[in-house]
Ligand binder design. Structure first.
Ligand code: CU
Length: 168
């Protein structure tokens, strides 16, 4: 009794695969492969100075997409010990994964090192668009930031914007 049932399941499974192969356009996987950048190991990630919109001393690596444009992006931010990002928000949702170090994050309108949470390697945080938050480090820390672009930082106190401080 059981055998016919099993072979029927296998047969219907094969039918689904066959149907999928007919339905899926052949060009789609090829186009995706052409756009895909090869996977990289951590030592092959290319770092550069972070933009002047965040405090000096950090390094940035864009690993996918373009944070300055519309569409999904993924980037990494390497911060030295005792690095501080004053209270700010983003016009888009921000998804943060801690790669290494100790990333301290708090919610609110002013950086307060008595509040906040210590996030270690593997930790994840979601900052909804418009929510004020701040961050600091106690050791060299790497975070991965992903989300829909364009990525921008609005400092709660405009005087905290390092790109404006540099112009003075
Ligand atoms: Cu942020």
């Amino acid at each position: 009794m059981k055998r016919p049932t099993v072979s029927l399941a296998v047969a219907s499974g094969l039918a689904v695969i066959a149907a999928a192969q007919i339905i899926l356009p052949k060009a789609a996987p090829q186009a995706a492969e052409m756009q895909m950048k090869p996977p990289v190991n951590v030592e092959d990630i290319k770092w550069g100075p972070a933009p002047p919109t965040i405090p000096p001393g950090a390094q940035l690596a864009v690993v996918a997409g373009d944070p300055s444009k519309e569409g999904l992006f993924t980037m990494r931010l390497k911060m030295p010990a005792n690095y501080k990002v004053p209270a700010h928000n983003h016009p888009t949702d921000e998804f943060v994964t801690v790669i290494s170090g100790d990333f301290r994050v708090g919610l609110g309108d002013k950086l307060d090192m008595d509040k906040g949470q210590s996030l270690k390697a593997g930790a994840f945080g979601e900052m909804p668009a418009g929510m004020n938050h701040y961050a600091w480090t106690t050791e060299e820390t790497v975070v991965q930031i992903a989300g829909p672009g364009p990525f921008a930082i609005n400092y709660v106190n405009p005087a905290d914007d390092p790109s404006k401080q540099a112009m003075k």
